[in-house]
Design a protein. Structure first.
Length: 705
C-alpha cells in the first residue's frame, strides 16, 4: 500500500501535536497497510518516526520584552507595518505604526509588548490562534521602539536583502497590480495584495493561483531545461544545477506547503534520475514526501495549505481514470476543495470550476512568463497592463453579478454525510457518469437544505469591536440591527481596511446560509452603528433599510439615503408604536431630539420564545420614557456607558441576560464600572470577553469558552 509511510508518521505527529483522534485513525489504516512492505520502506519509516519524535515539546512563547528580531518579511498598510521573522528560532509577528527602520534581512534590537493570539471571535471570521498553531508562529507583539538594526549575518540574510531590493524596485517602477503579480509569482510575496483582489480570488477559489505552487515549479524546470539545453555540459551537471536552482527558489519564496511539496517531489525525481531510476508509482512518492515534511515540521498537520496540496494531489491521482479533459479535472479539484474548505470559506462562486481552468492556463502560460520578462525588461510593462486590465474587468463583472452560493456552517454529522456522499458520487461516476454527477449535486443540495431547515430562531450579537451589529433570524425573516463601524483616517491610504459589514457581518450571514437580508435597521446615525453599511451592501442584497423618522443629523441622513439609492434599497421610516414585523415593536423615539443618541430607535421583540429590549445608545433620560416590559435579554445601552442602562430601567424590565457589545481594550473603558455594579446578580455576557453571543432556546452563550 503506497500510503504506508504517511500513516506511520501521522500516528506520531497526532500524538505530539495533541490530535489523538488523528493518531487513532492513522493507526487503523497503518494496520491494513504495513503488510508486504519491504525492508528499506520499514527502515525509512523508522527514520521518519525518530525525527518526528524530537518534536514532543510544545511550542514556546516569548516572555521578555527586549529582543533581537531577525526580519524575514515586512508588509505595510498605510502607516502600519507587520514584521515577520524570528528570535532564538521562535517564529513571530510584530505590528507597529510609522516604523522607519526594520527591513527584511536585518536584525533589530527592539522593545515590544507581547500580545496574546485571539481565538475565533465570530463564525466565518479569522481564527488567529489556529493560524499561529498551523504556521508555527510562537508569539506576536506590538513594537514600542526600535533601538538599532544591523544586517543579518550569513547567506540567508544576504538573500533576504537582495530579495527586498528587487521588491522595492518592482514597486517603484510598476503599477500596483503589475507589481502585485510580479511579486506574488516570482518571489512568493503577497504584500501588495489589496482587499478587492483578495476577495475576488477567494470567492472563485483561485487564491492558490496567486502564490507559488506546483505548476510554477514545473514551469521553472521546463524553462531551465530549455535554457540549459544548448550549453555543452554533462546531463548530470545540468540536473544538479536544476535541483540547486529550484531548491533556492523554493527557499526564496518562503517554502509554503504547496511550494515545499512541489520542490521536494521535483528534487526527488531529478535526484533519482541521476541513477537512471524513474518513478513508477506517483502516489507512493507523494506519500513519502508528505511523511518527510510532517516528520520535519509536525505543525503542518493543521496547516490548510499542506492539507490542500497533499490531499488534492492524492485525490486527483486516485481519480485520474475517472476524469477526462481539463474541464473535468478542474471540477474534480473543486469537489475536493469543497470538502476541505466548506468549514473555513464562507462563500464560493458557482463559476469557480470555469474560473480555475481559465486562470490556471492564463497565469501559468501568460502572466507568469510576462512577469518574468517584465522583471528583466521593464519597458514591456504596458503589454502586461493590457492583460491585467482584461482580467480585472472580468473579475469586476463577476463580482457585480454575485454568482456565489453561501457555504452553510455544518455540524459534525453533516460534515461526515458530505464526505461520504461525495465519495459515493465518485464511485458512481466510474460506472455511470451522469448518475455520479447527479448524486454529487443532490448531496450538496440535501446537506445545504437540511442545514437551513434544522435552524431555530435566534439573535446573534456579533463582535465588531467598539460598535453594534445584531443578526435576527425569526422563521424565514432575517435582518440586521446596526452594522458596526470603524473610523478610517481619510489622509491614510490603506491597501486593506477592516470593515465590519464586509468582514464580519457578510461572512457570518453566508455561514448561516443567507444570500440576502429582509431588512437592515439602523438605530441611529453614529459611525459605530452605521459605518459598515456600504461594505455590507457591496456583497449582500438588502430588501429594505429601516431608519428613524426623526432626524438629528441631516448630513448623515443624506449619506444613508444616497447609499440606499446607489444599491437600490427601499427605505422605511420608523416611529414609536410601529410594528414592522409581528414580533417587533418600536417603543422609541416618540418625539424629536437634538442629540443623535436621544434619537436611538428602541425596540422590543420576541424571537424564538425569548424577549429582547434593544435601546441603541439611548441615555438614562430617554429610558424613563420606555414602557415597562417583560424582558429576558437586555443589551446595555451605549456599550455599557454609565450614561445609559439606569437602575430604574433595570428594575422595571428585570432581565435575566445582559449583553454588552464592546470592543476589546477599547479606549472608552466600556463597560463602565458603575454600569457593571448595576447588573451584579444578572447573567452578563460581553463580546470583548466571549466573542459573538448567540441567544436561542432560552439561553445565551459566547463563541469563546
Amino acid at each position: 500500500m503506497p500510503l504506508f509511510p504517511l500513516f506511520a508518521v501521522l500516528i506520531v505527529t497526532g500524538l505530539t501535536e495533541g490530535f489523538y483522534w488523528v493518531s487513532v485513525v492513522a493507526f487503523v489504516f497503518y494496520l491494513f497497510t504495513r503488510r508486504g512492505q519491504g525492508l528499506y520502506a520499514k527502515a525509512g519509516v523508522i527514520g521518519f518516526i525518530c525525527i518526528a519524535s524530537f518534536h514532543t515539546t510544545p511550542i514556546e512563547s516569548l516572555s521578555r520584552d527586549t529582543i533581537a528580531f531577525s526580519i524575514e518579511s515586512r508588509k505595510e498598510n498605510g502607516k502600519s507595518a507587520r514584521l515577520y521573522g524570528n528570535v532564538d528560532d521562535l517564529q513571530g509577528v510584530l505590528r507597529g505604526r510609522e516604523l522607519e527602520h526594520g527591513r527584511p534581512g536585518e536584525t533589530c534590537l527592539m522593545q515590544i509588548e507581547v500580545e496574546a493570539f485571539q481565538p475565533l471571535r465570530n463564525t466565518g471570521g479569522f481564527d488567529e490562534r489556529y493560524w499561529a498553531l498551523s504556521s508555527n508562529v510562537s508569539f506576536k507583539g506590538k513594537v514600542k521602539r526600535i533601538d538599532a538594526c544591523r544586517p543579518t549575518a550569513g547567506w540567508g540574510g544576504r538573500l533576504l536583502r537582495w530579495k527586498e531590493q528587487q521588491l522595492q524596485q518592482i514597486e517603484h517602477r510598476h503599477r500596483e497590480d503589475v507589481a502585485l503579480y510580479m511579486e506574488a509569482l516570482l518571489f512568493g510575496e503577497s504584500r501588495m495584495l489589496d482587499e478587492q483582489t483578495s476577495f475576488s480570488y477567494r470567492v472563485t477559489g483561485l487564491l492558490h493561483l496567486l502564490v507559488i505552487s506546483g505548476s510554477h515549479i514545473a514551469m521553472l524546470i521546463v524553462a531551465m531545461r530549455v535554457l540549459l539545453h544548448p550549453i555543452p555540459i554533462r546531463r548530470e551537471t545540468k540536473t544538479i544545477l536544476m535541483i540547486f536552482s529550484i531548491t533556492v527558489f523554493g527557499w526564496m519564496t518562503g517554502f509554503s506547503p504547496p511550494v515545499a511539496r512541489a520542490v521536494v517531489v521535483a528534487d526527488v525525481i531529478l535526484f533519482i534520475s541521476l541513477f537512471g531510476v524513474t518513478v513508477r508509482d506517483p502516489i507512493r512518492l507523494l506519500s513519502w514526501c508528505a511523511a518527510g515534511m510532517l516528520a520535519v515540521q509536525p505543525f503542518l498537520l493543521t496547516n490548510l495549505g499542506f492539507q490542500l496540496t497533499i490531499g488534492m494531489t492524492f485525490f486527483l491521482l486516485v481519480t485520474r481514470q475517472i476524469w477526462t479533459g481539463l474541464m473535468e479535472l478542474s471540477i474534480f479539484a473543486q469537489l475536493f476543495g469543497l470538502i476541505v474548505l466548506w468549514q473555513v470559506q464562507p462563500v464560493l462562486s458557482v463559476a469557480a470550476p470555469i474560473w480555475n481552468l481559465l486562470m490556471a492556463i492564463c497565469i501559468s502560460w501568460v502572466i507568469m512568463p510576462l512577469a518574468f520578462v517584465t522583471w528583466l525588461i521593464p519597458s514591456i510593462a504596458p503589454l502586461f497592463m493590457i492583460v491585467l486590465d482584461a482580467i480585472n474587468g472580468m473579475f469586476a463583472l463577476h463580482d457585480d453579478l454575485r454568482p456565489w452560493i453561501p457555504l452553510h456552517d455544518l455540524a459534525l454529522p453533516s460534515q461526515i454525510a458530505l464526505l461520504l456522499g461525495l465519495w459515493g458520487s465518485l464511485t458512481l461516476m466510474n460506472r455511470k457518469r451522469w448518475i455520479g454527477w447527479g448524486a454529487a449535486i443532490m448531496t450538496c443540495g440535501l446537506i445545504a437544505g437540511w442545514s437551513e431547515w434544522a435552524e431555530s430562531s435566534r439573535v446573534t450579537f456579533l463582535d465588531v469591536g467598539q460598535g453594534d451589529a445584531i443578526v435576527v433570524e425569526s422563521g424565514r425573516t432575517v435582518g440586521v440591527i446596526d452594522v458596526g463601524g470603524v473610523f478610517q483616517d481619510p489622509n491614510e491610504q490603506k491597501r486593506s481596511t477592516f470593515d465590519p459589514g464586509e468582514d464580519v457581518l457578510a461572512p457570518y450571514l453566508w455561514k448561516r446560509g443567507e444570500r440576502s437580508l429582509d431588512f437592515v435597521l439602523l438605530t441611529h446615525a453614529d459611525h459605530d452603528h452605521i459605518g459598515g453599511l456600504e461594505g455590507l451592501l457591496k456583497v449582500v442584497t438588502v430588501e429594505e433599510l429601516w431608519i428613524s423618522k426623526e432626524v438629528a443629523n441631516a448630513e448623515k441622513r443624506e449619506e444613508l439615503l444616497h447609499l440606499a439609492a446607489v444599491y437600490d434599497v427601499s427605505v422605511r421610516y420608523l416611529k414609536a408604536d410601529d410594528r414592522p414585523t409581528p414580533w417587533m415593536w418600536i417603543v422609541a423615539p416618540n418625539r424629536r431630539h437634538e442629540d443623535e443618541n436621544d434619537h436611538s430607535i428602541s425596540l422590543y421583540m420576541n424571537v424564538g420564545g425569548m424577549r429582547y429590549l434593544l435601546t441603541g445608545d439611548l441615555p438614562i433620560e430617554g429610558e424613563a420614557e420606555l414602557p415597562t416590559l417583560d424582558v429576558d435579554v437586555f443589551k446595555l445601552g451605549h456599550h455599557g456607558s454609565n450614561t445609559s442602562s439606569g437602575e430604574e430601567l433595570l428594575e422595571r424590565i428585570d432581565p435575566e441576560w445582559i449583553i454588552a457589545s464592546v470592543g476589546l481594550n477599547n479606549r472608552y473603558g466600556h463597560p463602565h464600572i458603575e454600569t457593571l455594579r448595576r447588573v451584579v446578580g444578572r447573567r452578563l455576557l460581553r463580546t470583548d470577553l466571549k466573542g459573538m453571543i448567540v441567544c436561542e432556546e432560552n439561553m445565551c452563550r459566547g463563541i469563546i469558552e
